[in-house]
Design a protein around this ligand. Structure first.
Ligand code: TYM
Length: 329
């Protein structure tokens, strides 16, 4: 059966970009494939975290998966640090990937620049090795992600192919699956930036659990442009293009079809707000239900980690053996 793996960092409230770029694909995939979904808490440590907030964000992110519609009895949901094979395989991957390859990662370059050059943590630099390990441990065929993760998937494929060539067939070579629409949801206030979990642009970010009033207000205030013509042009009209793409993604229509239905921005914004409120309504309702029972979440995550470890331990053993590490007697 086709194996699927994907993950989300617990580093703040989940937003519409996560929902449309990632979760929605996962919810569809869980019906058809053998899915492993992971709260990748070790990845969060690449930047400063308050320990008690990280613990809370890990639980909140797990609740986010379930709120989005992930069914724990249809797939395996777990926390990365509960399965020690992840950092262990990451070390083996680090010893097969080059400094040059990691230096070329655009996400590292951007974040290092933003966070002050040389003082960034070494983990931020080696992060793609851990991400490759996450994926390769599960003999993953498909990795449903948003557009910003494409480069990390490329390096994962390179790692797997190189490892197999050097040490013999060990890893499945995975493929990224990126949604056709809303693969890169942009910030509503700064449409040149992607919507992100940071607290920096609360008005530009629609959280998965925002109330209908908050959604309506944020869409109404979304930045567009002054020429007033409704047409899809991401270069010249990035704010409007984002709204059109969002509308297409939530209604299942094409961007051109959506654009041809409007002559003014106001009615488009009103319809989009309504469509988003409806799309996120079940998410909000499930959130309220799961958040009321954190004990249930902890039990689910415990079972998930056990199942994940039973797969991951076999792959790790295969990789260690292939590289010549002596098995414990
Ligand atoms: P993270 O936590 O930043 O994002 C989780 C998922 O949400 C997608 N996403 C978006 N999609 C569309 N528009 C946006 N504005 C937007 N923002 C986020 C991301 O593409 C991602 O699919 N490195 C990963 C986590 C990770 C992982 C993995 C993913 C660790 N190991 C293994 C897949 C497989 C990350 O930081 O995602």
């Amino acid at each position: 059966m086709t194996r699927v793996f994907s993950g989300v960092k617990p580093s703040g409230a989940l937003h519409l970009g996560n929902y449309l770029g990632a979760f929605r694909q996962w919810v569809a995939d869980q019906q058809e494939f053998d899915c492993y979904f992971c709260v990748v808490d070790l990845h969060s440590l690449t930047v400063e975290q308050d320990p008690s907030q990280l613990r809370q964000a890990t639980i909140e992110t797990a609740i986010g998966f379930l709120s989005a519609g992930i069914e724990p009895d249809q797939c395996t949901l777990f926390v990365q640090s509960h399965v020690h094979e992840h950092p262990e395989l990451a070390w083996l991957v680090e010893c097969t990937v080059s400094f040059g390859e990691l230096s070329r990662m655009t996400q590292f370059k951007d974040k290092a620049k933003a966070k002050g050059g040389e003082s960034v943590r070494a983990g931020l630099f080696t992060y793609p090795a851990l991400m490759a390990a996450d994926i390769l441990l599960y003999d993953t065929d498909r990795v449903p992600v948003g557009d910003d993760q494409r480069q990390h998937l490329e390096i994962t494929r390179d790692v797997a192919i190189r490892f197999n060539n050097r040490y013999g067939e060990t890893f499945v070579v995975p493929e990224a699956t990126v949604p056709r629409l809303a693969a890169r949801v942009m910030d509503l206030q700064h449409p040149e930036n992607k919507m992100s979990k940071s607290d920096e642009s609360p008005q530009g970010t629609i959280d998965m659990t925002d109330t209908p009033e908050q959604i309506v207000q944020k869409v109404r205030r979304a930045v567009t442009d002054t020429d007033g013509e409704v047409r899809y042009d991401p270069e010249l009209k990035p704010g409007l293009a984002n709204l059109l793409e969002l509308m297409a993604a939530v209604t299942g229509r094409s961007v051109d079809e959506v654009a041809s239905g409007y002559e003014q921005y106001g009615p488009l914004k009103a319809d989009l707000a309504e469509a988003l409120v409806e799309a996120l309504r079940p998410v909000r309702e499930r959130y309220a239900r799961y958040a009321a029972d954190p004990g249930e979440i902890a039990a689910l995550l415990g079972q998930g980690a056990e199942k994940a470890a039973s797969v991951a331990s076999k792959t790790l053993a295969r990789a260690k053996d292939a590289m010549g590490l002596l098995p414990r007697g």
